[in-house]
Design a protein. Structure first.
Length: 163
């Protein structure tokens, strides 16, 4: 008797399992971020600002592959929370530079710790070697995707997001 007929759910298809694990991890990740009132793309931008504070808005768009209109919405939200600030570039008033604020840096550290704790909890069934191997294999699968090549995902402030 086929497993489906016996009521057993098949779990031998990698794409299916990756899809279900991806849904579970994305849901938990979004729940962690919700504690700070941010979404995954806000966290992505905040991380970029943590490493590249003082970048132009256009540079952030290129770095993160986010459309300029969507970047405006993301930065608006981060500014409202006091995590980022935009200012005219003193060398070119047509451009804006974006900086992470002190509150933004504090939030980034706390959010990153919460995300690390979540990752550790989610990956608890794996030992250290398995976690390392999983990351290597996922990176290998991710690299040839449009997003992995740096230009295929649609980043919107309100729509579907990459975790």
């Amino acid at each position: 008797m086929p497993r489906e007929a016996s009521g057993e759910i098949p779990n031998d298809q990698a794409g299916f399992l990756l899809s279900r694990v991806g849904t579970a991890v994305q849901s938990g990740f979004k729940e962690v971020l919700a504690g700070w009132g941010v979404r995954p793309l806000h966290f992505l931008v905040l991380r970029a600002l943590g490493a590249h504070s003082g970048s132009s808005q256009q540079d952030l768009c290129r770095l993160l592959h986010i459309d300029s209109g969507n970047m405006v919405e993301l930065l608006d939200a981060l500014e409202t929370k006091g995590y980022a600030q935009r200012a005219p570039d003193p060398r070119d008033r047509r451009r804006h530079v974006v900086s992470i604020t002190r509150d933004g840096r504090t939030a980034l550290l706390r959010i990153a710790k919460a995300v690390d704790d979540y990752d550790r909890q989610f990956l608890a069934p794996l030992d250290a070697d398995e976690r390392r191997q999983l990351v290597e294999l996922l990176a290998k699968l991710y690299a040839p995707t449009a997003e992995g090549r740096g230009g295929g995902w649609v980043a919107t402030a309100a729509g579907p997001e990459a975790p």
